[in-house]
Design a protein around this ligand. Structure first.
Ligand SMILES: [Zn+2]
Length: 80
């Protein structure tokens, strides 16, 4: 989960899975973390809901480690 200050600057990121506080400095996440934003559509039972959550890198690894089929990994051509 993410908390933003009055100016819209990112202040806090907490891993939804383990509750760990992820390092944020000057509005930028400074360690490995993954943000998920998913808009459920008409064909789901959550139609109209947008779900947001954040995972620290170790919880991400744990989550995807349980997948039957591994995630698709591609090299970024340009670092963001
Ligand atoms: Zn975590």
């Amino acid at each position: 989960m993410r908390k933003y200050g009055k100016t819209g600057k990112l202040e806090t990121v907490i891993c939804n899975m383990c509750g760990k506080k992820i390092v944020v400095k000057d509005g930028i996440v400074r360690e490995g973390a993954a943000a998920f934003d998913h808009a459920w559509d008409y064909f789901s039972e959550k139609d109209g809901e947008v779900h947001h959550f954040d995972l620290c890198e170790s919880c991400y690894d744990e989550l995807v480690g349980g997948f039957q089929i591994p995630v698709d990994v591609e090299e970024q051509t340009e670092l963001l």
